[in-house]
Structures are given as C-alpha cells and as structure tokens.
Design a protein around this ligand. Structure first.
Ligand code: C2E
Ligand code: CA
Ligand code: CA
Ligand code: CA
Length: 278
C-alpha cells in the first residue's frame, strides 16, 4: 500500500535519470527484461520460532539491468503495474518460484513453502487461476506449499471479485496471505470474512517494537494482532524483524513465524543451500 501512487515521473528521477526514454521504450525494456532473463528472483527465509528452522522463502524480484545494475522492485513494480507488464513478470515469478521450490524439495528439504507476491492487476486477469494451476502442474508441486501474498488494498478495492478469485484459489489448495497487514485502511471485520490462511504483520509495526521511540501502544497492537490470529486460526508472520530482542518478544507473544534481516536478507537461489545447512 505504501508504494501506491509512485508515478513514472518518480521512476525517471530515480534509477534511470541518466537518459529520458519514452514510455513505450520503457515498456518494451520491461517486457524484454523477462524474455532476456534480466529478472532475477531472490529468496528471503521465513523462520519458524516453534520448530527453530526455516519453514519457507518469499520470492522477491530484482531487475538486473545491463546498464544500471540491480534495480529494486520498489522502482519498477509500480511502473510495471501501470503498464500491465506486471502480468508477464508475475507469471515468470510464479513459474520460476514453483520450479525452484520443487528442486529444493527434491534435495530433501520437502517441508519448505514458497511465498509469491501477487499484484492487483494479476488478480483481475482472467487467466490468473489457470496460470497458478499450470505453474503447480509444470513443477509437480503440491498446492499447499505455494503461498500467494495479497495486500489488503487489493482485496478491498473490488471485494466481490477478489473474494470469488480467492475462493477459487483456495479450491486449488494453495494458501493465501495478507501482506503488509495494518498499512491499509481496512476494517478488522474483513479478516473473518476472507479465506485467509496467513497474515503478515507489516514491518513498520515490528520496527516500532523496542526501538527508542517505542511505546506501550505499539507493543499492544502487535500483541493484539497475534491474539486475534490465534482466535481465528490464522498463521502470523512478523515481517522486518531485525534484532534478537524483537524476535524474543514476538516469541513470547506466541508468534510462530518471522521474516527479516535477523535471520537473513533476501539471497540468490544459489545461496539458499548455505542457509538451509547453517
Ligand atoms: P514486500 O512484499 O513487503 O517484501 C518485503 C520487503 O521488505 C522486501 O523488499 C525485503 O527485502 C524487505 N525486508 C525484509 N526483511 C527486512 C528487514 O528486516 N528490514 C528491512 N528494512 N527490510 C526488510 P524488496 O525485496 O525490495 O521488495 C519490495 C516490495 O516489492 C515487496 O514488498 C513487494 O511489495 C514488491 N515485490 C517484490 N517482488 C515482487 C513480485 O514478484 N511481484 C510483485 N507484484 N511485487 C513484488
Ligand atoms: Ca510480500
Ligand atoms: Ca510485506
Ligand atoms: Ca509490500
């Protein structure tokens, strides 16, 4: 939700300010980026405090631009969304993340899950359900290991349509996550009506835990979200956990899953093996 409204103008001011390219040219660059294999997926571990091991990974895309080096998704995802190219990028991430996870399963790490971010544009795409099914079948992956991350904003923008698609996805057997929870303006009552398996507490709440400016309210909010999820049998993932102290507090609150620099930054697939063996 934070990144909504980032315009192309801001994009030009950012990574690509050296040259002014026309919108069409940028679109073709982005489209070609997929074909030319310039999109790379990094994986960030999600750690289970209960089992003391990595339980899965979130797939996070980067654009390895031949001239500009690695470009953050915060720079190009909003542009790709405006242009619709996000559907092709998203499809690539979906297929590649499933394929990669199956490979880790084959190597013996068969408890792992993979979380894939889904943009609003993708969810509107009538092909989306079919693509998810195809990605799972192509990889030979059991659906429950694929977690799809949707933001509150996406779900609330078009409630009836989103709910229908979410039900179809649930029928396939994949798990659904609410990403960046707490950053939108949605009412808590939505949570009980949506077929959600996992809720990710946004990193802004976690970073307000135990820092200098932290107060009782921040702690109470996080605690309340965790308790609410326990009542609703929704799994919680705390995002952006950076310190052992934050990790310890979350554990005390009964939060089972964390993601953040305290465990590891997102890494290339080749480096995942080291994390699993550590
Ligand atoms: P997100 O889905 O909320 O992903 C979490 C972001 O927080 C990632 O940034 C991750 O690197 C960063 N992060 C993780 N742990 C920590 C921590 O402990 N401290 C701090 N400060 N940051 C942490 P990243 O990889 O730059 O991705 C940014 C956003 O781009 C993602 O936010 C997501 O909204 C979007 N994105 C990334 N990959 C995809 C994709 O394949 N499709 C779509 N539609 N969006 C994507
Ligand atoms: Ca996410
Ligand atoms: Ca998030
Ligand atoms: Ca986000």
């Amino acid at each position: 939700a934070k990144k909504k409204g980032r315009s192309e103008t801001e994009f030009f001011k950012g990574e690509m300010n050296q040259f002014r390219i026309e919108r069409l040219q940028l679109e073709s660059y982005l489209r070609h980026a997929v074909v030319k294999n310039e999109m790379m997926i990094y994986y960030q571990p999600q750690y289970c405090l209960h089992d003391s091991r990595i339980s899965g990974f979130e797939a996070l895309i980067r654009w390895n631009h031949p001239l500009h080096g690695i470009i953050s998704p915060r720079e190009f995802i909003p542009v790709a969304e405006e242009m619709g190219v996000i559907c092709e990028i998203g499809k690539y991430v979906l297929f590649e993340a499933c394929r990669q996870l199956k490979d880790w399963h084959n190597k013996g790490y068969d408890h792992l899950s993979v979380s894939v971010n889904v943009s609003g544009r993708q969810l509107q795409n009538l092909n989306f359900i079919y693509e998810v099914k195809e990605a799972l079948e192509t990889a030979g992956l059991q659906p429950k290991y694929l977690h799809l991350e949707l933001t509150e904003t996406i779900m609330i923008e078009n409630v009836q349509h989103s709910l229908n698609i979410m039900k179809e996805l649930k029928a396939l057997g994949v798990k659904l996550s609410i990403d960046d929870f707490g950053t939108g303006y949605s009412a808590l009552s939505y949570i009980k009506d949506l077929p959600i398996d996992i809720l990710k507490i946004d990193q802004t709440f976690i970073q307000n835990l135990l820092n200098n400016g932290s107060n009782k309210t921040d702690i109470a909010i996080v605690k309340a979200i965790i308790t609410m999820c326990q009542v609703l049998s929704v799994d919680v993932v705390a995002e952006g956990v950076e310190t052992p102290e934050q990790m310890e507090l979350l554990k005390q609150f009964g939060c089972h899953h964390i993601q953040g620099y305290v465990i590891s930054k997102p890494v290339e697939s080749a480096a995942v093996r080291c994390l699993l063996e550590a």
